[in-house]
Design a protein around this ligand. Structure first.
Ligand SMILES: *Cc1c(COP(=O)(O)O)cnc(C)c1O
Length: 401
């Protein structure tokens, strides 16, 4: 009779087979057993028909990958520990010394830090292009360009580019384009079918998604995905992903799996609340500009309408305001501090509304012509009632008047 130490591990209990429930199980593993040595030699870690090691996939992560492909209309997915790790994985897999990467000037800030830091040190150059001027992108595409990043809408300034034209330019130049699709979340538009019905399909090559935001929906998980439709491209990314040792925890994967079914519902509610409150802000004299792609005067409104609009269109839960030029930083900070429901914090996509004041002059190559001068504050709308959020903005504006 084996000792307890052993019997606790080699336990005779077998759960009944055929257990079926709404949620997939949380499978945790580093080690995965092979039935015999021949199977160990034969199983290929790149092939999802068998399991080889926890880092290469479990039933939980395979299930999440499949559902994310469904969400974004892709064929293959890699999971990484954060949205930024997804951006980094794409850059590291596709760029080498002497290559150039093009980034929109309104890109997610840490992407710029990556190209200005590690990539520059490794001999990979970068150039920033004007997201609202396709001619600028066209002019910056060169024989050295290997990758173009795209983002719609800009995550702080919310201008909406002519994404289809940007993709066409990359196609014409034979350069890969990767979209940071966190804002669209697979719901506002389809990254691999930008013009439904259009043949051949107008598509980005890679869509990355900060699952940290809407797919998680709780403000409690950090994760990212890298989705493609090309098997060849996916394999290039997957080999790099393996060599970097990137993976995600099973509990986190399950948390995202649990949140995914309510994603469309939550996104729609964030959208509705955001538009209501952004509309109200348009009436306030304190603001020189309200930035939200569904507002007719917001930069790129027509591009948003063309890509995301049927009748009302779809948009995420972000909007920004630019205060009148005479409202100084002290008053803007006092406004943010006076907010009660809006918490001061980064990220978005969770149930609580958030606010962040930004110093745009430190983030852009130059002040965009389509933005008024003044201090910018971005709001991420949670799932609270629009009336309550509006009342909160009103009381905070009074306090800093
Ligand atoms: C948050 C965010 C990221 C990064 O996601 P993390 O999981 O926080 O690393 C990337 N792109 C955009 C547009 C984001 O909003």
């Amino acid at each position: 009779m084996a000792e307890l130490t052993t019997t606790l591990i080699h336990h005779p209990y077998q759960p009944p087979s055929g257990f079926a429930a709404p949620q997939p199980g949380v499978f945790k593993a580093s080690t995965v057993f092979f039935p015999n040595v021949a199977a160990m030699r034969q199983f290929d870690w790149k092939d999802k028909s068998a399991y080889t090691y926890g880092l290469h996939g479990t039933p939980t992560t395979y299930t999440l990958e499949e559902r994310l492909c469904t969400l974004e209309g892709g064929a293959q997915c890699l999971l990484v520990p954060s949205g930024l790790a997804a951006i980094a994985t794409v850059c590291l897999a596709l760029l080498k010394i002497g290559d150039e990467v093009l980034i929109p000037d309104n890109a997610y800030g840490p992407s710029k830090a990556l190209v200005e830091g590690e990539l520059r040190h490794w001999g990979i150059t970068h150039r920033y292009f004007d997201p609202m001027n396709p001619a600028d992108l066209a002019a910056k595409l060169s024989p050295q360009t290997r990758l173009v990043w795209l983002e719609a809408a800009g995550s702080v300034t919310l201008e909406f580019p002519d994404l289809c034209e940007q993709v066409r330019l990359c196609r014409a130049a034979g350069v890969l384009c990767a979209l940071d699709n966190t804002w669209g979340a697979g719901l506002a538009f389809k990254p691999f079918d930008l013009k439904p019905g259009h043949l051949p399909a107008l598509a980005v090559d890679i869509s990355i998604h900060a699952l940290t935001k809407y797919p998680s929906g709780g403000g409690d998980v950090l994760m990212g995905s890298v989705i493609t439709t090309s098997e060849r491209l996916h394999m290039q990314l997957k080999l790099c992903h393996m060599r970097l040792g990137l993976g995600v925890g099973a509990n986190d994967a399950e948390a995202v799996l649990r949140a995914l079914p309510s994603l469309p519902l939550r996104y729609r509610q964030h959208d509705e609340t955001t538009r209501t409150v952004a509309q109200w802000c348009l009436q306030r004299a304190e603001f020189a500009q309200v930035l939200h792609p569904a507002l007719p005067l917001s930069p790129g409104h027509a591009h948003w309408q063309a890509l995301c609009g049927d009748v009302l269109g779809t948009a995420a839960g972000l909007f920004s305001v630019i205060f009148q030029p005479d409202v100084n930083q002290v008053r803007v900070d006092a406004f943010c501090d006076a907010l009660q429901l809006f918490k001061i914090g980064y990220s978005w996509g969770g149930p609580m509304s958030l606010v962040v004041p930004y110093q745009l002059e430190t983030m852009r190559s130059s002040w965009p012509v389509y933005l008024q001068q003044g201090i910018l504050v971005r709001f991420s709308m949670g799932l609270e009632s629009a009336a309550d959020l509006q009342a909160d903005l009103q009381q905070a504006l009074q306090q800093c008047a």
